[in-house]
Structure formats: structure tokens, C-alpha cells
Design a protein around this ligand. Structure first.
Ligand SMILES: Cc1cc2nc3c(=O)[nH]c(=O)nc-3n(C[C@H](O)[C@H](O)[C@H](O)COP(=O)(O)OP(=O)(O)OC[C@H]3O[C@@H](n4cnc5c(N)ncnc54)[C@H](O)[C@@H]3O)c2cc1C
Length: 478
């Protein structure tokens, strides 16, 4: 059987940040195999497709997440990009850090689980991940930082400025991977609000920044290869079984790193016979809802991208004992009112709540070895209670603005696009799947990367943190 020192599944954030650090720490003799289920669908070709220009058949046929899992709940969707670079191709690039208290939910607030690491453990890797992604952000933040962000902050809108003046470090220019000035081959953000496929290749993607690691002479990258399971002998992974063009193939590896996201990592483990209680359990995401504010005599002008600011006024507060903390996003995509003279007297905010992982929301095996089955019975009451207090909290923190009326959407978005908690990290096998270095408790040569590792879901977006975890895991382990 063909054999490698390291076999990595996937080419998204989890896999790429791990590979980057592994290569930095490894001698030239190492051999790494990367197995990616999709293809390389370059940004330039994606733009052509969006402009309805002709593209090669290979690209036109690139897979989407639709049909990759079995699922029967229409209330919530689980969205990702199954090609080279994973969801870095379609993410929005919002990159707040977690707050120190996010790692200690059980001991501080009596809910969820504590993480086996604290903020100070991950802080140096936050610095490193922010350097790699060239994050722009402000000087004043609600989380401690040792040095300035690599790029300048994005500009606030006029409404944001009033909130920032009042709430200081609790209302900040959103840290972002939408480059605030041109950097490397990335252009400065064009503020068009079309982030899902950035028209100017401004946001960080694996393709525009980390492609070179896959060209390292130690690395072999194979496309159209879907990993089905690990080959386990005596609690040790000897390699993986993967499918290519309908055929099942085997490859050996001394170390295996799963970077297939929180759905597919859990699925691969279950298909390998992992009987850990928590494997696949806790499938969760945050829940977000919009509110549109209409003002009497306040124009909302300026601001430099689609989401300009983050509000933390009711994120890490006492009420977290009873209901979810909330992060606020200031949505700066152009909207105008139709009344003469009032066109710009409007602002839109998104309120995003943390959920608590529920063991009955889970990834399971289906009859099709390629497709996980997802069971999702809804979010925790913790979130509903937070929604019940939303209007009261908005009154408390926004009423100094000249508000004419607020329109609430009053329903949750189908997805915040953050798939978490199916392979939780913890100190012991009885409460988790992997340890603090992302190594499987039972299969000690298997790393399980990505936001599946999160024992609790914070209100903040997960990708900066999961990327920092990958850097930390590879740094501590090799
Ligand atoms: C529209 C959208 C907007 C988002 N915006 C933000 C944001 O602003 N901020 C933020 O923090 N997060 C955001 N996210 C979430 C973010 O994209 C994810 O947290 C992140 O991509 C997860 O990284 P990952 O490497 O774990 O998984 P992925 O990015 O999903 O990558 C997984 C990789 O593994 C491959 N793969 C999967 N299964 C297999 C298999 N069996 N065999 C071989 N290869 C496999 C996939 O093809 C892919 O390359 C957004 C997501 C979406 C969809």
C-alpha cells in the first residue's frame, strides 16, 4: 500500500492552517498526501461563471453542498463549499476573536462546557492567523491583543460612529479578512457587498494566500477523492479508504488529519467505528435575526464594507446564565427609504445568538457511505429566551438614537453558515471526542480539525478561532 507520513483530508481552513504549520516544522524528507473531494475551481473561473461567460465543463460541473447529506428539516440549512479551499471561497470574512470568557461558560455561567484551553493558550495563534489572513481591525477591542492588527480598520458609518463613541470597546469596527487596503495579490475591498464571490479577490481565501503550501515538494494533492473512513487497527489509524471515480482505494499514513468540516469529520469517524458517545452529537450553529431601524433626523452614511461593525453590549453579560449572549453586526449593504428627504435615515443590524450544543442534534451514518444523515430538532431554549429579551436590550442600548420605528424580522435566518460541535474537545473521553491539541482520545494518531472541536458555540464567527486551533495543534504536536 502506498504510504505517507501525513494524510490530510480537505483543503479548507482547518486543513490548510494545520498543513502550513506542519510544513514549517518538518524536515524536507516528509511526505504528505492531501485528499480533496472537489476540484480546483479558480476564482477567475467563478467570476466568469457569475458573468454568465462560457467556462470549461469541469468547472460547470463543480460540486455543491446540495445532495451531499441526507436531511429532512427545512427550518435550517447547513451550507459549505466542497471544493479546493472549502468555504473560504464563499465566506464573508468576518473575523472577531472569541472573548476570554467564551472558553469558560460552565464555570462562569453554569451552562455548556468549559473548553480545555483558555484565551491565553490560543492568543499567540490568533496573532499568527490574523497575520496570515491579513486582518484589518481597530486598536480598541473587547478581547486583549498584544499588537495592532496587520491592516487598518474599516471605516464606520455615521450611525456606527455614534454607537462606538458611546460604547467604546463594546462597539468596534469589525475585524475583517476583507482586505482594507491592497495586500499581496489581494485588492482592497470594493464595498459592493457581494462578498460570497468577491468581485475583486479582496477577502482572504486559501487560493489567493495559501496555494503555495500545496505546491511544496513534500505535498501531493489529489482532487476528486472523497475519504470514506479510517483504517483502524488496535486503536491506531493505519491509513484511509477513499473513493475516486466510483472505486474504493486505500492509502497508508502514520498520521491522519481530518479537515473535512464538522459534518464530514464526524461522518468519517462514525464510518470508522468510533463509538465515542459525543462523536457526531451536538450539531449546531448560531441563530441570527435582523432588525431595521428608521430614524427621524439621522442620516446613515459612509462605512467601508458590507458589515462595518460588531457590537458587544449584550454579549458577555450576567444574563448569559439564563439566555444566549449576542453579537451585533452592522449591515452596511445599501438600503434606502422611499420617503422623500428620508432616503438614508435607515440602518440594518443583525443580532446573532450563541446556541448550546444539544446531543440529539447529530450526524449519523446513512445507507449511502458517501452521505452523512443529519438530524436537527432545533436550537436550545437558551436562544429563544434571548430572543424574548431582544426588544428590551435594543431599547436599553439604542434608545439614545433618534429612532422613529424598528421593524423586526422576528424569525431566524436559516443558516449562519457555522457548523460546530460534532467532535467536541475536552480533557476526558467521557465528555469529549478529542483533546486540547485536537487529537482523538482513542485514536492517538488522528487529528480532528475545524469547528467541530468547539464544546460551546459563542456568538462570534468561528473561522479565525478554528484556524488558530489548527496552528496551535500542529505547533504543539510536531
Ligand atoms: C456563505 C458563508 C459565509 C461564511 N462567512 C463566514 C464569516 O464571515 N466568518 C466566519 O468566521 N465564518 C464564516 N463562514 C464559515 C466558514 O466558512 C467555515 O467556518 C469554515 O470554512 C470551516 O472551515 P473547515 O476547513 O473546517 O471546513 P470547510 O471550509 O468546509 O472545508 C472542508 C474541506 O474538506 C473537503 N472535504 C469534506 N469532506 C471530505 C471528504 N470526505 N474527503 C475529502 N475532502 C473532503 C471539502 O471539499 C473542503 O475542501 C461562512 C460560511 C459560508 C458557507
Amino acid at each position: 500500500m502506498e504510504k505517507f507520513d501525513l494524510v490530510i483530508v480537505g483543503t479548507g481552513f482547518g486543513a490548510s492552517f494545520f498543513l502550513k504549520k506542519y510544513l514549517e516544522k518538518s524536515p524536507p524528507s516528509r511526505k504528505v498526501l492531501v485528499l480533496e473531494r472537489g476540484i480546483m475551481f479558480p476564482h477567475a473561473e467563478r467570476l466568469k461563471e457569475r458573468r454568465r461567460e462560457k467556462i470549461a465543463e469541469e468547472y460547470a460541473k463543480a460540486g455543491s453542498y446540495i445532495g451531499t447529506y441526507e436531511y429532512h428539516n427545512s427550518d435550517k440549512t447547513w451550507v459549505f463549499e466542497p471544493n479546493f479551499g472549502g468555504s473560504s471561497n464563499c465566506w464573508t470574512g468576518c473575523t472577531p476573536r472569541f472573548l476570554p470568557n467564551d472558553f469558560k461558560m460552565k464555570s462562569l455561567y453554569g451552562v455548556g462546557q468549559d473548553w480545555p484551553i483558555g484565551y491565553t493558550d490560543i492568543a499567540p495563534y490568533y496573532d499568527e492567523a490574523e497575520e496570515i489572513m491579513m486582518i484589518g481591525g481597530p486598536a480598541l477591542t473587547p478581547f486583549p491583543r498584544n499588537k495592532p492588527y496587520p491592516l487598518p480598520p474599516q471605516k464606520l458609518s455615521s450611525v456606527d460612529k455614534l454607537l462606538a463613541n458611546r460604547y467604546r470597546e463594546l462597539y468596534i469596527s469589525q475585524p475583517t479578512a476583507r482586505a482594507t487596503i491592497p495586500v499581496g495579490i489581494r485588492n482592497g475591498c470594493c464595498s459592493s457587498g457581494v462578498c460570497e464571490l468577491c468581485p475583486v479577490d479582496s477577502k482572504f481565501t486559501i487560493e489567493n494566500t495559501l496555494s503555495s503550501i500545496f505546491k511544496d515538494p513534500r505535498v501531493t494533492l489529489r482532487y476528486n477523492t472523497t475519504v470514506l473512513s479510517l483504517i483502524i487497527e488496535n486503536n491506531n489509524a493505519k491509513g484511509v479508504i477513499y473513493q475516486k471515480e466510483g472505486k474504493n482505494l486505500e492509502v497508508g499514513g502514520d498520521i491522519i488529519a481530518l479537515g473535512g468540516n464538522a459534518i464530514f469529520n464526524a461522518h468519517i469517524l462514525l464510518a470508522s467505528g468510533d463509538k465515542s458517545y459525543y462523536t457526531g452529537r451536538g450539531l449546531s450553529d448560531q441563530r441570527g435575526t435582523f432588525a431595521t431601524f428608521y430614524f427621524h433626523d439621522l442620516d446613515n452614511l459612509g462605512g467601508s464594507s458590507s458589515i462595518t461593525a460588531n457590537g458587544y453590549m449584550f454579549y458577555d453579560v450576567e444574563s448569559r446564565k439564563n439566555y444566549s449572549g449576542c453579537i451585533i453586526e452592522s449591515f452596511n449593504e445599501p438600503i434606502i427609504r422611499s420617503e422623500p428627504g428620508k432616503w438614508r435615515k435607515i440602518a440594518k443590524f443583525k443580532f446573532i445568538f450563541e446556541d448550546l450544543p444539544n446531543d440529539n442534534n447529530r450526524v449519523l451514518l446513512s445507507n449511502d457511505p458517501l452521505k452523512p444523515k443529519l438530524e436537527y430538532n432545533g436550537h436550545d431554549k437558551y436562544v429563544d429566551k434571548a430572543m424574548d429579551h431582544l426588544e428590551e436590550n435594543i431599547q436599553k442600548y439604542f434608545s439614545f438614537l433618534p429612532i422613529e420605528k424598528i421593524e423586526f424580522d422576528n424569525y431566524f435566518q436559516k443558516s449562519e453558515f457555522h457548523i460546530c460541535a460534532t467532535t467536541r474537545m475536552g480533557n476526558e473521553q467521557k465528555d469529549s471526542v478529542i483533546d486540547k491539541n485536537l487529537i482523538h482520545h482513542q485514536y492517538r494518531n488522528v487529528f480532528v480539525l475545524g469547528s467541530g472541536a468547539f464544546p460551546t458555540i459563542t456568538p462570534a464567527n468561528p473561522t479565525l478561532t478554528l484556524s488558530a486551533l489548527s496552528l496551535m495543534s500542529a505547533d504543539k504536536s510536531f
